[in-house]
Design a binder for this molecule. Sequence first.
Ligand code: NDP
Length: 419
Amino acid sequence: MSRVLVIGCGGVASVAIQKCCQADEVFTELCIASRTKEKCDALAEKLRGKTKTVLTTAKVDADDVNQLIQLINDYKPDLVMNIALPYQDLTIMDACLACGVNYMDTANYEPEDTDDPQWRAIYEKRCKEEGFSAYFDYSWQWAYRKKFEDAGLTALLGCGFDPGVTQAYCAHALKHEFDQIDTIDILDCNGGDHGYAFATNFNPEINLREVSAPGSYWENGHWVEIPPMAIKREYKFDQVGDKDMYLLHHEEIESLAKTIPGVKRIRFFMTFGQSYLDHMRCLEDVGMLSTTPIQYNGQEIVPIQFLKALLPDPASLGPRTKGKTNIGCIFTGVKDGKEKTYYIYNVCDHQECYHEVGSQAISYTTGVPAMCGALMMLTGKWIRPGVYTVEEFDPDPFLEALDRYGLPRSESHDPELVD
Ligand code: NDP
């Protein structure tokens, strides 16, 4: 029996909410709150009669802490699931602290305005000290640790697939497969085809920022940063086939470098087709990925936001996308004094996701872990005062929930390694 407040009603949230409604014995009451209330109403309407979960909706601007506090105090949830955008992480955490409610999200904080001088000063110091230049990092949310501990509240960060499930795979490998993990390669393959020359699978602004940034990896205790897309490998993915993949910076590397004892190297690779890369490079060259506002015909326009308005809505890709995703982690290390390798991954079919919940596999592979993370918190399995990433909790009940709710694991003890 629990009351949950979900903030956001985009591609990922709509999957998470539908999955929560499949577990209506735990998610007994759920409020969907977002900036555009009509989207929340439409989803609640779609689910009416199909679940015992009692659904309500609300309008909220999650950039406004006072609005959030009022909504949380009115609804009195046991948990707030932040599935809006990373820009809202801190305001929602502040509101949860003010109201005494547990918190979770699917992506770590980054600011909407990367030209804000106050933020920029802290960012530039961090780039120098840490050695990676991505706009997002955990420092902002880890700074809330003591506040959550003192309040006796739990904050679970980054509980999607990557970050999220990939970290649970690491915790699983450490618990069941290795005495010592030496290297981790996280491989994110999307073998889906939506038929457009260019579209992003989730929020274009967040996606394009991530992909156009320099890549970096963790090696021997420090970050190595490289130009965007400078390291390319080819890999044969189970049920997808051969794909080109590129090394990217990714947020879970930062936490895994701290939580996996003695790990020597952590890399993250994502597959991209040539058409996607050509379009992105061109858009970047002409300034369309910029977050700096420009004046156009007397109106202020943020180029990347204008681009978002032109691109297909990721939520609309569902019916068109065919093929599979394959996301997982390859480990090398030692067990009982012997060197070994291990690969754990999930394969997800875009069309099967569409038939089940009306969206493609990228939203599905993020929304299902968000729901399973919430399930862990609401059933008391992942409750510990403080701010935590997924690998800091017991992976067993979470991976069992993923197996059950649509993202079953596959394993190999003799995988092809990435050189
Ligand atoms: P969408 O853009 O589809 O949805 C975002 C939702 O948040 C929309 O409903 C939007 O409202 C709402 N929103 C935005 N700003 C506000 C605000 N100020 N107040 C209230 N609501 C707001 O994004 P996705 O569903 O693709 O992504 C959701 C999250 O999941 C993101 O943080 C993304 O980074 C993360 N993600 C994580 C992954 C992982 O594996 N860990 C993978 C993919 C995504 P409106 O409809 O009005 O725009």
